[in-house]
Design a protein around this ligand. Sequence first.
Ligand SMILES: Cc1ncc(COP(=O)(O)O)c(C=O)c1O
Length: 269
Amino acid sequence: MRLSRRGSRLSIVYSQHSFVVYALATQGLGARAIIMPAVKYGHDLEVMLAAIADDTRLMFVANPNNPTGTFIDGRTLEVFIARVPRHVAIVLDEAYTEYLSKDKCYDSIEWVRCYPNLLVSRTFSKAFGRAGLRVGFTIAQPEQTDLLNRLRQPFNVNSMARAAVIAALKDTAFLAKSAEINAAGYRRLTEAFDRLGLEYVLFDGNFVMVRVDNDTAEQRVNHALLKQDVIVRPVANYGLLPWLRVVIGLPEENEAFIAALEKSLAATA
Ligand SMILES: Cc1ncc(COP(=O)(O)O)c(C=O)c1O
């Protein structure tokens, strides 16, 4: 697949509020970003399809999305993929896929066999708990992986990291435990948000986006949390100023966060 014509610019389509690295990758390539408005904080696949221009060669779709946690069901996603022209590569970013409940799982690897323009990307940084190793992988047809192999640095994953992630792939008990702790943490955090009357986006990752009316200049709620040694992710750079993205932790970390949040809200009210 040809990604760009020599000397010409290409464009890349992605959604508002989607993972910030898509914007950075687009800039890094000198490509034109076509950023389509989100719907309910998630991808609007129809408008993304309609946005494909003559020079579009790539689309990014995060499922679930970071930072909003929004999810597209498998059926809708496959219908979308089938409608994307074959000369436009689709990067389906499934960094959080291991957290999905069984009823939401879909088989994107099977789709790779049918759609030569589909690249599914996964990471060991989330449910596998190996973020420090810096390893992820892509599943795609050989035509695509051949292009990636020409571009990536040789030996870009060291031998210890390789051994660790191969062991991680086999450690299904760890993965199941990771998803279980995450689901329990989600229930605990959202119970607290309900009790505190805070809005949150229904999620499918290892974080929850919660509206705390973090205000413009000072981001007071965030700063009040920092003063209590609690670090969450302000998402003003995603155009989501009033919100915070909270990573689900171990039970004691979740409790510490909830206590700190209550104090922060009281202090900034
Ligand atoms: C949507 C999404 N994709 C990909 C990644 C990449 O993770 P890593 O670079 O740690 O493999 C992240 C990490 O935050 C993410 O949120």
